[in-house]
Ligand binder design. Structure first.
Ligand code: C2E
Ligand code: CA
Ligand code: CA
Length: 666
């Protein structure tokens, strides 16, 4: 019973439209039926007509029966011909298959009834036709809808088998033989159909699985691509400002330069360096600094036109690629506009900060658009722009290029220790303005380079600071100076300039003392001159080093007082032994009463703090006389003495040989 039920289920099963595999199977089945059913009905029709023709005319009943069957087959044939290219959703296909199943049953049963009536009603001569057309129709139709296994079994079960069974019942050897033979063929075909169906189902399932696998692979591929794109965006973006970062900027710059190289046109490259940003960061914290940088980025982006690329390329450095700019005038205008955008104060947590930016620009044009070269030109222009003061703007010129090359040569030369040794020293006296007594000799570096000519010390000292060789260079110079000063009278100090950067490096005081000691110059013969920039760089480190130098007996004087910011608070907070008043305060005193008053104020200030002053760059007797009158103790300048070579300095500073008689009298 169970077996029959199971069989019956496979026969009535039309499929299902719930699972992807089920839906695919329905679609495949339907497609196969669309191709095969018209042929199948043609086969059925041929057989019905063939049978009718072979046996027809013998009875009106037979003829009518065959006409009904023929009509039914024709209707279905027309239906399937129309449905040839129809595309249906799986749910509709299911209904269509169920209908097909019913028609297959009806036609099989109809044909069977017709055949059986013929068998019984016709003479034995017609049996042959019934068997032939009946079994051919059963087999042909079964194969015709083999893609729909359930329905394919119907012609066999309801047409082929009944005919075979009926034949067996004739009980004569010929009929029984034919019945058995037809039955066996039907059985074989049933099995083949079963196999075919299972194969078909497996094939469709495999296709569905493959398709699902392919979809999964495509999804994974899309996800990987999206992830890669996201990673690229992250890698190309400055996380703080959301602008392009240095990496992305350089890449895009190359792309744009390449376009100019191929197609012509021009654009400007601008580099911007902020002034006054570091103090905000140091004083108000990185959070405030970050907000300012974000606002700077937003303002620059807003100030530049469409198609411009704005990037943050370093701490407080920005770079712009400005399309459509082809001459210096337009470039300068663009630079000024960018700097102007930074002018209004930046509001952070109720505070207002003012910073400014210097901008260096260069043009990239056809035949002149090497990126590396352009970056160097823009940097050179920026260097010049900074020299022009706050919010300076400069567009690169070839003269700037020469300056830049010179600087590179200076840099190269300074890295060489032999060159460092070739840098000499001259010594400029510091004299008591009233008595003319020699108080100190200031060592000033002199460098005559075979190609570059004379390189002024303030220039190469800055370069040495930047390339980090200042410590080494300073040690060599101090050693040289100390060797000279060793022979001077005990009352004459060696005054030595120490660079700001150097003074702020750890243990620089110990190194200075060690060098002097090694050359046999006691620390109390040493005077250290430093500018207040050192105190701006790192106040605490400078204070520590100066304290140690002072403890060892060296004097500390503040150089160039009045040249820069001249913060009076430094005079209070740092223990200076003296102040050198900058030449810019001294130069105008002979012409201007106001300048005299200002100088007097400074002298009084120093006097009240107990610090003796040296007036620098005294060039005329008039200035010297005025300074004496204003109560300035010491002076230095071309009028008193130019810087002297070592031998002349040694002669001037030689210990005085005091006649014995006079010494005894004293
Ligand atoms: P500074 O320490 O203010 O040195 C005084 C500068 O004024 C010297 O220039 C000197 O030649 C110049 N000068 C002296 N008298 C007069 C005058 O009457 N009129 C005018 N117009 N100038 C006068 P120099 O030698 O070119 O040095 C420039 C700066 O370079 C120095 O300024 C100092 O800051 C730095 N420097 C020089 N030698 C050294 C050194 O060995 N180490 C370090 N770290 N810096 C040095
Ligand atoms: Ca000095
Ligand atoms: Ca000075």
């Amino acid at each position: 019973m169970g077996w029959v039920k199971e069989r019956w289920r496979t026969i009535v099963d039309a499929g299902e439209a719930e699972t992807p595999a089920g839906r695919a199977l329905l679609q495949q089945r339907y497609a196969a039926l669309q191709r095969q059913i018209p042929l199948l009905y043609t086969v059925a029709l041929t057989n019905v007509l063939g049978l009718a023709a072979a046996t027809g005319g013998r009875s009106a009943t037979f003829f009518k029966a065959s006409a009904v069957l023929v009509l039914l087959v024709l209707l279905r044939l027309a239906h399937w011909v129309r449905a040839r290219n129809r595309v249906l959703p799986p749910e509709k296909i299911l209904v269509e298959l169920q209908k097909t199943w019913v028609y297959a049953l009806v036609i099989s049963v109809g044909f069977c009834a017709y055949a059986l009536i013929l068998l019984d009603g016709a003479g034995p001569e017609d049996h042959f036709y019934v068997i032939l057309f009946g079994s051919l129709a059963a087999v042909g139709c079964a194969y015709g809808i083999s893609s729909y296994g359930g329905a394919a079994r119907l012609p066999l079960l309801f047409l082929g088998y009944p005919i075979a069974a009926r034949l067996v019942f004739y009980r004569d050897a010929a009929h029984v033989g034919m019945g058995i033979s037809v039955g066996m063929v039907m059985l074989l075909i049933l099995r083949l159909l079963g196999m075919h169906n299972r194969g078909f189902r497996r094939l469709v399932e495999a296709q569905v699985e493959t398709e699902a696998e392919r979809r999964r692979a495509r999804r994974a591929e899309r996800a990987a691509k999206a992830e890669k794109e996201r990673a690229t965006i992250v890698a190309d973006t400055d996380s703080l400002t959301g602008l392009a970062n240095r990496r992305a900027f350089l890449r895009e710059l190359s792309v744009r330069a390449g376009r100019v190289r191929r197609r012509g046109g021009a654009f400007a490259l601008a580099v911007i360096d902020l002034d006054g940003f570091k103090p905000i960061n140091d004083t108000f914290g990185h959070a405030a600094g970050d907000i300012v940088l974000q606002q700077v980025g937003a303002r620059l982006a807003a100030a530049t036109g469409a198609g411009a690329l704005v990037a943050r390329t370093g701490g407080d450095e920005f770079a712009l690629a400005l399309p459509g700019i082809s001459d210096r005038g337009a470039a300068e205008e663009a630079g000024l506009a960018a700097c102007a955008a930074l002018k209004p104060p930046f509001a952070v947590d109720g505070r207002e900060f003012r910073i400014s930016g210097c901008c260096g620009l260069t043009l990239l044009r056809k035949g002149d658009c090497e990126v590396e070269e352009a970056l160097m030109r823009a940097d050179t222009a920026l260097y010049r722009a900074k020299g022009n003061g706050r919010a300076g703007v400069a567009v690169f010129t070839p003269e700037m290029g020469a300056m830049h090359r010179r600087r590179s040569l200076v840099e190269q030369a300074l890295r060489d220790s032999d060159t460092q040794d070739s840098i000499g020293l001259v010594y400029q006296p510091v004299l008591d303005l009233a008595t003319g007594e020699l108080r100190a000799l200031e060592a000033l570096a002199r460098w005559d380079h075979p190609q570059l000519g004379r390189v002024p010390p303030d220039q190469f000292v800055t370069v040495a600071e930047q390339i980090n060789v200042i410590g080494e260079l300073s040690d060599r110079l101090l050693a040289k100076a100390a060797r000279e000063a060793r022979g001077w009278a005990g009352s004459v100090r060696l005054s030595f300039n120490v660079s700001a950067i150097e003074l702020c490096t750890a243990r620089s005081s110990q190194r200075i003392l060690a060098v002097a000691r090694a050359e046999g110059l006691p620390a109390d013969r040493l005077q250290i001159e430093l500018t207040e920039t050192a105190l701006l760089v790192d106040f605490e480190a400078a204070r520590r080093n100066l304290g140690e130098l002072r403890d060892a007996g060296a004097r500390i004087v503040l150089d160039d007082f009045g040249a820069g910011h001249a913060s009076i608070s430094y005079l209070r907070e740092m223990p200076f032994d003296g102040v050198k008043i900058d030449g810019s305060l001294v130069a105008p005193i002979a012409q201007s009463l106001r300048a005299q008053r200002l100088l007097k104020g400074v002298l009084d200030l120093c006097a009240s703090l107990g610090m003796p002053c040296v007036a620098e760059q005294i060039e005329t007797e008039e200035q010297a006389a005025l300074l004496r009158g204003l109560g300035c103790r010491d002076g230095q300048g071309f009028h008193l003495s130019p810087p002297l070579h070592a031998a002349a300095a040694a002669a001037l500073a030689a210990p005085k040989v005091v006649p014995i008689g006079r010494a005894a009298a004293a």
